[in-house]
Design a protein. Sequence first.
Length: 332
Amino acid sequence: MRTSLTERLGITAPIIQAPMGGASCPALAAAVSNAGGLGMLALSWSDAVDIRRQIGETRALTDRPFGVNLVLARPQDDRLAACLEAGVRIVSLFWGDPAPFAARIHAAGAVLIHTADSAADARRAAAAGADVIAAQGWEAGGHVRGEVATLPLVRAVVEAVRPIPVAAAGGIADGRGLAAVLMLGAHGAWIGTRFLASGEAAIHPLYRQRLIAACETDTVHTGLFDVGWPDAPHRVLHNATVEGWEAAGRPPPGSRPGEGETVARTADGAPMLRYQSATPRAGATGDIAALSLWAGQGVARVTKVKPAAEIVRELLDEARAALREAAALART
């Protein structure tokens, strides 16, 4: 399934695995890339040694293109330098202005992807030199900067930056969703929640189980899990922490129930606080269900754990079938 996005990124499937911090890893990124999509590593909180390790491990698992993501809510100059020095040629930027970084990325021969939350943001990124725009609707899981739904956002962004390729993000978890955004004029899909339920995603088994059991009404758009990343809205599964805060009258930071409480620990023993912005990874112990369980509204379409490569193939097969069905309906 070739589009201008696949041509620009050197891939064969118009599918980008969202760079989900804490869940992405070399095994997941490589599996998606080997299946024809674009695997992504989330490196915004990694040091130079870990950046080199993750990129090296991914490269050992695939000879196909993969990318890295850096969140501009914190300084990323050194991390960008480490990524480019390690040979990364696709860089995704989010939550800030890509303009100060575009020249360095292009000078290294790399492609710049910018995640936009509005047509105006997309136009600014295009003017700064973005090669691909990811249009993120508020249905998306994890951190969500905008407040526009995917359907109206994608159409507005496509028209604003044409002919720059656009990947639609937010609420897309099956092939019909991919077909729908292609019909809107997008050139591919940016998919996160569906890949959380892959066997390769580095998340805790209980988190994966909660995703599989969830329906479309089980997520909440909030700013609650802000320890470590304040003032950053996000979408998570409704859980006991959200419920307790709501029952207390939604008090502000500083007076929330259980604030500062350690509810779990990472595999290496580091505390995980209630309200902390942190993905529960494999090996964590404690009350995993009380943590920030990132998920988009497309979570109802996530019903089974499958290998990432199988997910990519399934997305493509479903999208082709949906597009054929739409074409047949148009002829009647």
